[in-house]
Design a protein around this ligand. Structure first.
Ligand code: ATP
Length: 260
């Protein structure tokens, strides 16, 4: 069986009481792909993604058959090696933008430090690159944002700071968990087009978590559908959406069509 660039196989996650939160899920990403994971709130999308990046909360127990990061099995790697690999090569945009940023540290330090550390760059180079990326995600006054504390900027700004932060190290893979939820449609479009350009022009593979079927349909070539901790369907987006097999996928498509 061939393995993917990024992959977790047979993942089961339980909480402290033994309740199964994610049940035997396998997801993967090939080189150059733009892949979506879709499902309602609480279906296990975020936990699956966190397990793939080895950043699950310690209170949860995860078991899996295989974890592959950047084409390499993590078997035999220690925690520091995995952290370095993830930090250097994978750009992760987490869902919870509020708690991800440290409240007492100015944005310019938070956005620049990983870049200086992983890429061995100067503070000035980090500042310039961060401003360029903030402009790309639609921030018109990057200097002001850079010199702010997180509480001084809006939720949508924080979300865009997180996206810029994930892109600082020119990641070889992007994993984004609902990165555009707090953004208005114009900015959402700008951010999605930025991801799309990175994927098409630079071949950066992207794993994209969303509950928005329209976004998934527009950008992703392959999709996983999660429901109540299980993977209920997967395949090419076109096929899954034109001939959904699972009742939940059908329901999801019907509800989207009603709204639109
Ligand atoms: N740290 C945790 N401890 C206990 N249960 C958790 C924890 N994190 C998530 N859960 C539970 O696990 C289930 C899956 O959560 P997860 O965040 O992966 O869902 P999701 O599909 O990403 O939903 P959303 O889009 O709302 O984030 C939910 O029932 C959630 O309440």
């Amino acid at each position: 069986m061939t393995s993917r660039l990024m992959e977790i196989k047979g993942l089961t996650i339980k909480d402290q009481s033994g309740t199964v939160l994610v049940d035997n899920v396998s997801v993967g990403l090939n080189d150059k792909e733009f892949v979506g994971i879709v499902g309602e709130s609480g279906s296990g999308k975020s936990l699956t993604t966190q397990a793939l990046l080895n950043v699950l909360p310690k209170s949860l127990q995860a078991e899996y058959e295989q974890l592959t990061l950047m084409d390499r099995s993590v078997e035999g790697m220690d925690a520091a090696q995995i952290r370095a690999l993830v930090g250097r090569e994978i750009g992760f945009v987490p869902q919870n933008t509020v708690s991800f940023l440290h409240p007492l540290i100015k944005i310019k330090h938070q956005i620049g430090d990983a870049y200086m550390h992983h890429m061995k760059k100067s503070r000035e180079a980090a500042y310039d690159k961060a401003c360029r990326l903030l402009s790309k995600v639609g921030i018109k006054d990057p200097d002001r944002v850079m010199n702010s504390y997180p509480f001084q900027i809006s939720g949508g700004m924080k979300q865009r700071v997180n996206i810029a932060l994930a892109l600082m190290t020119d990641p070889k893979v992007i994993i984004a968990d609902e990165p555009t939820t707090a953004l208005d449609t114009v900015i959402q479009r700008q951010v999605m087009d930025l991801f799309d350009t990175m994927n098409r022009q630079e071949g950066v593979p992207i794993l994209f978590i969303s509950h928005d079927l329209n976004i998934i349909r527009k950008y992703c070539s392959r999709v996983y559908v999660m429901y109540k901790g299980k993977l209920v369907e997967s395949g090419s987006t076109e096929l899954v959406f034109s001939r959904p097999e699972h009742p939940y996928t059908r329901q999801l498509l019907d509800s989207t069509m009603t709204i639109k």
